[in-house]
Design a protein around this ligand. Sequence first.
Ligand code: 5U1
Length: 671
Amino acid sequence: MSDNNIQQKIQSLKDQLNLYSYQYYTLDDPQVPDATYDRLYRELQSLEEKYPQFISSDSPTQRVGDKPLDGFTQVKHEVPMLSLDNVFSAEELREFNQRIQHRLNTSDEIEFAAEPKLDGLAISLIYKKGLLVQAGTRGDGTTGEDVTQNVRTIKSIPLKLMGNDYPALLEVRGEIFMPKAAFEALNKKAEAAGEKTFANPRNAAAGSLRQLDPKITASRHLAMYCYAVGKNDGMKNLATHMQMLDQLQHWGLPLCKEREVVQGVEGCLAYYKKMADMRDSLPYEIDGIVYKVNRLDLQQQLGFVAKAPRWAIAHKFPAQEEITRVKKIEFQVGRTGAITPVARLEPVFVGGVTVSNATLHNMDEITRLDIREGDQVVILRAGDVIPKVVRVVPGSRQHNNPPVQLPKHCPVCGSDIIQLEGEAIARCSGGLYCPAQRKEAIKHFASRKAMDIDGLGDKLVEQLVDEKLIEHIPDLYHLTLKQLVQLERMGEKSAQNLLDALEASKETRLPRFIYALGIREVGEATAQALALYFANLDDLMKADEETLQQVPDVGPIVAGHIVSFFRQPHNREIIQQLRDAGIHWPAIEKPAKTEQKLAGKTFVLTGTLSNMTRDEAKQALMAKGAKVTGSVSKKTDYVVAGESPGSKVAKAEKLGVEILDEGALMDLLGA
Ligand code: 5U1
């Protein structure tokens, strides 16, 4: 082959590989199997080895350089890298909008380009004649660090722009971040190796980018979204910010897919709400929304104040992490006797709610955190998840309180606390002698997914047990109006309502009753599966471990818990007393094996259905052998979306899970 031919061959391989890489990393839409990419990559590699004179900086083989750096040199930002002003409420956003309208001397609705605010670090990329020549961190806005070697390892960032209409000089700005999945994998690996973990994806991204050895950066799976243009020598015919972003995307740069044009403050607020709802299912961490006046001429008119533009604002989500102090560490007793340490906190507003307690799970967690009473701690409340103590603030220990010890005796009934070898959970050995366990068992029995006894909330259960009006679950069904009205804050009407609710709860369904018994590790789905398999309670009560393990999802541990529950005379007595009190359920017809046509399929239901309730749809699906779960994962086969479905559909789309409408569900059910 002549030199010319070799050069042409190398160029065509580079173009092809860069395109496949763009499809894979930027569009999330791979067009060829990985093996094809690998084969072409090796072909290019071997040609470049033979003809090193033809290696160029935009070759995919040159993403990771060989040499670690001694340190980072500085880069100057000719156009300063600005920051954004923040607002924290709809009211402040309205004020921002009014300031803009006032300055533009208009009452017309302003059009905004809206996009998520990523929790990463700002970066400037410089392309000369389409080739990536420099990447710099923001630093103080004027001078940053040269991290070109490391940024070149980020696969979604093109080493060479696509097309041929880009300006000779183009500076692109955006955010480098670590996707949630990469962050979790990185921390898992660090934990397994006994190394320090990163507190959040932002720190992980910053730590990974500031590595002297680019090979380490390359292994960290960073990503980038572009959100602005810095210095350039001509971006033509653009009227709006969104057109500018679309143009960057055409040149192969990575852009956030969730970006949208919205109208006025109300449009901004609707977008904010939509993204807040989607936040947990997004593959990256965000801490708010950025709105920018969409028209570029208006941006120019508005100009800047100090270090921030007047035409853009970040609307932050409520902080998810806050610092507070641990007042006390107490031990709670759960329904199954599990002893859970709980941190009582000085109340703190975090993630949109006031938090004054956080579970510490078990003694292993206390040791891991090295947490003591009086310590200052970082509390995390993300989405709907329960608040969590992330870490003790280093150096915050003022009173040298002693390390926390697991008590030897139950704080409620005084029975011995036992911790079996190899188990993280310690338990009170008091069983139903322990009022705490009894209370929790009764609360569970009355709860919505169990017997659904309206008006019998946690507080009332505590009161009934404390006043010795009830001791065990069946006593609920012997309460009288006279007894109830004696309780503090209980009027005759509420008392009668409770008695009516208790009466109504006697007519139930077998799966609810099994779940209500509170057998360890028997949740709603397992209770349903047990009811379906055995069809009556007596057969379930007699079943041995081997038989139980025939039931979908029941393994040896759950089977063991079920057998030992029904073996206890006390539990059998309670069941008999409940039946004697009149609790009953309709007979279940065992579905024939041939009717189990959805066996092995996992469904998630979301939104409102018009022909049946979600619970009815769930029963119908389970009767056909399907499993119905509450959250979408890779294991989900179908998501059934009714009216106003929420974020589960977005997650399903992301994971490529099939989405069915109500009609398709009815077809599957043969209705
Ligand atoms: N999404 C987004 N984040 N962010 C951060 N847009 C955006 N714009 C910024 C910053 C600092 O600055 C503009 C002024 C370009």
